[in-house]
Design a binder for this molecule. Structure first.
Ligand SMILES: *Cc1c(COP(=O)(O)O)cnc(C)c1O
Length: 387
C-alpha cells in the first residue's frame, strides 16, 4: 500500500486531500515525496506563522520539550503564565484561558457569555447572535454558532440559543437584538472560510455601540485573523474597537495546537475554579511556541506584512482573469473568471500551493515569506488566473 491508499483506507473520510504528500520544508518552501518544491501559500491554513522549521521557533520549542513537555493544570508552569502575560500586555486584556483549538477557544467564550448574562440579566438571556456566512468551528456548539446551514443539516439538534444576522446589515442586527434575549454578539472581522470577506468598519463600530448600550458582550473570533495575519496583531485593531473577549488559535502556536480565549476587565472573573478546563490547555511546549511567535510580531514586522499585502493586492487586482481581490494583510481571497479549483491545480503543477475559500482562491502564506518567494508565487498565480 502506498501512503495515499493507506490514508484513504484508514483515515476517516472527512478531508478532500490534494494528491501530493508533503514530507518536509523550510520557511515558506515545502517538499513533496517526489522531491518537488513548492512555495506554500497556505501555511497549514494560517498556522505556520514563520513557515516550516523556523530556526528560532524550533529552538524555543525544543528547549521546552527537553525541559518539561507537559504537566497538569494542578501545578504552575512558567510558559503558560508568561504567554498569558504577553497576550494581556500586548492587547490590554486581563486574563486568558488556554485550550487546544479554535473551536475550544470559542466554546470558552460562549460559556463566559452565558454565565455573565445569567448573572447580570437572568437565565433566559443565553442567546448568542452571530453572522450569516460565518465560521466558528466544528463542535456541536461552534457549529451552531456558524451561520451556514450547509454545516448544520446532518447533525441536528445542535446546541440551542443561536440566531444569525446578515453581515454588514446593521438593521438586521438591531432587529435580532430587539427580538431575542441576547447575551453576546460574536463575529470574525474578516470572514475567512466564508470567502475572505472583511466586515465594513461602520458596521463593526455600530455593533460595538449596540453591544455597549445593551450590556451585550462583544466576542471577536480571531482564530484565523489573529496573530499578525491581517497586518495588525489582531483583526479588531483595524476597526478602532475593543471587544469584551476575543478568541484565537491557528497561527498562535506557529504550528503547535493551542487556542486562547482572551478576556477583558469586564469579564475577567466570570469563570471561577472548576467552571472550565482542558487537560492539555496551557501545555508548556505549545506555550513556548506561542511566546516565540507573539514576541516576534513587532510593529516593524507587521508593517512588512502590510507592505507584502499591498504588493499582492496591487499585482492581483489588475491581473487578467481576476474579478476581485478581498481580505486584509496576508489573508487574501481571489475571485477568478476560471474555476478556482482549476487555478489551484495549475498553481500546484507550477510549484505554488494555494487553497480555496468558497468559490475563491485563498492565500495565507507564512508571514515571514521572503519578497522573492512571494513575487514568484504571485507570478505563478497571475499566470494561472489568465484565460
Ligand atoms: C479555523 C477556524 C475555527 C476553528 O478552529 P479549529 O482550530 O479548527 O477548531 C474557528 N473560527 C474561525 C474564524 C476559523 O477560521
Amino acid at each position: 500500500m502506498n501512503i495515499f491508499e493507506m490514508d484513504n483506507t484508514y483515515v476517516a473520510n472527512t478531508y478532500g486531500r490534494f494528491p501530493i504528500e508533503i514530507v518536509s520544508g523550510k520557511g515558506a518552501m515545502v517538499v513533496d515525496s517526489n522531491g518537488k518544491e513548492y512555495v506554500d501559500m497556505g501555511s497549514g491554513i494560517a498556522v505556520n506563522t514563520f513557515g516550516i522549521a523556523d530556526d528560532e521557533w524550533v529552538k524555543a520549542v525544543t528547549e521546552q520539550l527537553n525541559t518539561l513537555q507537559h504537566m497538569s493544570n494542578l501545578y504552575y508552569t512558567r510558559p503558560c503564565a508568561q504567554l498569558a502575560k504577553l497576550l494581556c500586555e500586548k492587547t490590554g486584556m486581563k486574563k486568558v484561558f488556554f485550550g487546544n483549538s479554535g473551536a475550544e477557544a470559542n466554546e470558552c467564550a460562549i460559556k463566559v457569555a452565558r454565565k455573565y448574562a445569567m448573572q447580570t440579566k437572568g437565565s433566559d438571556y443565553y442567546t448568542i447572535l452571530t453572522l450569516k456566512n460565518s465560521f466558528h468551528g466544528r463542535t456541536l456548539t461552534t457549529l451552531a454558532a456558524t451561520g451556514q446551514d450547509v454545516f448544520h443539516s446532518q447533525f441536528l439538534p445542535l446546541t440551542e440559543g443561536f440566531v444569525y444576522a446578515e453581515a454588514n446589515n446593521i438593521d438586521d442586527v438591531k432587529s435580532k437584538v430587539a427580538e431575542h434575549k441576547i447575551a453576546a454578539i460574536m463575529f470574525e472581522t474578516v470572514q475567512g472560510e466564508g470567502g475572505v470577506l472583511p466586515l465594513d468598519e461602520q458596521f463593526v463600530k455600530e455593533m460595538k455601540q449596540i453591544a455597549d448600550e445593551n450590556d451585550i458582550l462583544l466576542i471577536v473570533d480571531e482564530v484565523q485573523t489573529g496573530n499578525g495575519r491581517t497586518g495588525k496583531l489582531y483583526g479588531y485593531m483595524h476597526y478602532g474597537i475593543t471587544p469584551d473577549l476575543f478568541t484565537t488559535a491557528k497561527g498562535l502556536g506557529g504550528g503547535l495546537p493551542i487556542g486562547a480565549c482572551v478576556m477583558s476587565e469586564k469579564v475577567q472573573n466570570v469563570l471561577q475554579s472548576s467552571d472550565h478546563g482542558s487537560t492539555f490547555g496551557g501545555n508548556p511546549v505549545a506555550c513556548a511556541g506561542a511566546i516565540n511567535v507573539i514576541s516576534r510580531l513587532t510593529d516593524e514586522f507587521l508593517a512588512e506584512v502590510q507592505a507584502k499585502s499591498d504588493m499582492v493586492f496591487e499585482r492581483l487586482s489588475k491581473a487578467d482573469g481576476v474579478i476581485s481581490v478581498s481580505g486584509k494583510g496576508l489573508m487574501i481571497g481571489i475571485e477568478t473568471k476560471k474555476d478556482a479549483s482549476a487555478v489551484i491545480t495549475e498553481c500546484r503543477e507550477n510549484g505554488v500551493l494555494v487553497i480555496k475559500a468558497k468559490n475563491k482562491v485563498r492565500l495565507l502564506p507564512p508571514l515571514s515569506i521572503t519578497w522573492e518567494q512571494l513575487r514568484y508565487a504571485v507570478d505563478v498565480i497571475v499566470a494561472a488566473c489568465a484565460d
